[in-house]
Design a protein around this ligand. Structure first.
Ligand code: DGT
Ligand code: MG
Ligand code: MG
Length: 265
């Protein structure tokens, strides 16, 4: 860039570099999806087509950014875990979060148009995502983060499933259903579903109950700090080729984490 007398304005720019050697998690969340889901007439409580758009958009983000090792999403949100040594944009926070929000929104719009040609997106209500980045010092924090999101998915889904059963099958108004559920715990909702509507919550689709996990699956775990430059390059190549799997599985028990030691690299 050529120097000019105006260049001094750059001194006003500020940058937050995310702490080195920490796990970065970027969470994107749909803006105003309460209204968005009404506008495009999503099925209640879960619209399978809309969930597929989210999952395919997140998969696109995953494939575009090779530093992502796993992702988890439900409803209108997705969380992406970046590897500890990630040096994307020198770990500049604003560059990273805007990249994620923009890539997610662009992919969502493209996939929506392919999937629902009969429901074209309108300029007055486009799918837009915000994004934030948080750094965590240890794998324990990271696994607890994903447990937190999955518990949230479970609580919301049990509530929404019971709420909509009361409304659409039980003939209650939304207000009546809301009042009926005040003060209820999980076992009460399971009982309402089973006794009043013959629904066994356990038999609900896993994608609704557990959300979606995307993960790079490797065979081995390597400590990169011990590798020579050449070995590192070879490992990088391998990382790029690892298979990407999509699951609807439990993140709360230790199994998922114990069987994937490479996530902590
Ligand atoms: P925000 O994130 O503060 O801009 O506001 P919202 O409206 O996006 O709120 P949020 O993210 O807390 O909640 C997600 C909304 O999206 C929630 O109102 C339910 C709606 N939503 C997500 N997935 C589905 C679905 O599959 N079916 C229906 N009917 N609604 C859904
Ligand atoms: Mg939202
Ligand atoms: Mg949300």
């Amino acid at each position: 860039m050529a120097n000019s007398r105006y260049e001094y304005v750059r001194q006003f720019e500020r940058e937050n570099f995310l702490l080195p050697d920490t796990y970065i998690i970027v969470r994107v969340d749909g803006k105003g999806f309460h209204k968005f889901s009404d506008y495009y007439k999503f099925a209640k409580p879960n619209d399978v087509g809309a969930l597929e758009v989210m999952n395919e958009a997140a998969l696109h983000v995953f494939k575009q950014i090779s530093d992502i090792v796993m992702a988890y999403g439900d409803s209108d949100e997705y969380s992406f875990l970046l590897r500890k040594k990630c040096s994307l944009y020198e770990r500049r926070e604003m560059k990273i979060v805007t990249l994620f929000a923009a890539t997610m929104a662009a992919a969502y719009q493209h996939i929506w148009n392919t999937k629902f040609p009969e429901k074209p997106l309108q300029l007055e209500r486009l799918p837009i995502f915000d994004a934030r980045a948080v750094v965590y010092p240890s794998m324990e924090h990271v696994s607890d983060y994903f447990r937190w999101r999955q518990v949230d998915c479970h609580i919301n889904n049990l509530y929404n499933t019971t709420f909509w059963a009361l409304v659409s099958k039980g003939g209650m108004s939304p207000k009546e259903a809301e009042n009926r559920l005040i003060g209820t715990v999980s076992s009460d909702k399971n009982e309402i579903l089973f006794k009043e509507f013959g629904i066994n919550y356990n038999n609900e689709p896993e994608i609704f109950k557990k959300g979606t996990v995307i993960v790079r699956e490797y065979q081995e775990s390597v400590d990169e700090s011990q590798l020579s430059q050449r070995q590192k390059q070879r490992y990088e190549k391998k990382r790029g080729k690892a298979s990407i799997m999509v699951h609807h599985i439990d993140l709360i028990k230790n199994d998922f984490w114990d069987s994937r030691p490479w996530l902590q690299n």
